[in-house]
Design a binder for this molecule. Structure first.
Ligand SMILES: [Zn+2]
Length: 155
């Protein structure tokens, strides 16, 4: 597995992450939005430099770099020291694809190794203070994700 570069252009220069103390999981909450649609929406509707997420997982399991290790725009108050991973889909309505979950586990494992993070530093967007949305979706169990990450990081 590998991280692929998407063909994205950002409007303003990006700033490197200052630290990485958390990985924050998101869903697009939209059906069928790929990285390009999400990038376009963030750039042209939100008025941001470009896609707010650091990494993006397509329904077919493709792992794309969004902002990579530059400061994102995905979790208010946490952007300078977290990595936001967004999965395409609306997990209030249906589950992530099996290949998306395989990619998510692989990417989290890589990043946890790189930044010496424990599984309890992987949070769902909804678990952050002040967040009222369900992100990454009511059907997505963060407890289950953390227990899988705990296990695979000890193999
Ligand atoms: Zn979110």
């Amino acid at each position: 597995m590998r991280i692929q570069k998407a063909n994205l252009s950002f409007r303003d220069p990006l700033q490197p992450l200052q630290a990485v103390t958390k990985i924050i999981i998101h869903h697009t909450a939209e059906n069928g939005w790929d990285i390009y649609k999400t990038h376009d929406f963030h750039q042209n509707n939100r008025g941001w430099s470009g896609i707010g997420y650091n990494y993006f997982l397509e329904e077919d399991g493709t792992i794309y770099e969004g902002r990579g290790l530059y400061i994102g725009a995905h979790a208010k108050g946490y952007n300078t020291e977290s990595i936001g991973i967004c999965m395409s889909g609306n997990f209030d309505d249906y589950d992530p694809t099996p290949v998306q979950m395989v990619s998510l586990h692989w990417l989290c494992k890589q990043l946890m190794g790189q930044f010496s993070l424990y599984s309890d530093q992987v949070l769902g967007h909804r678990e952050l203070d002040g967040v009222t949305k369900t992100c990454p979706g009511t059907r997505f169990s963060m407890t289950e994700l953390r227990s899988i990450l705990f296990r695979i990081n000890r193999q």
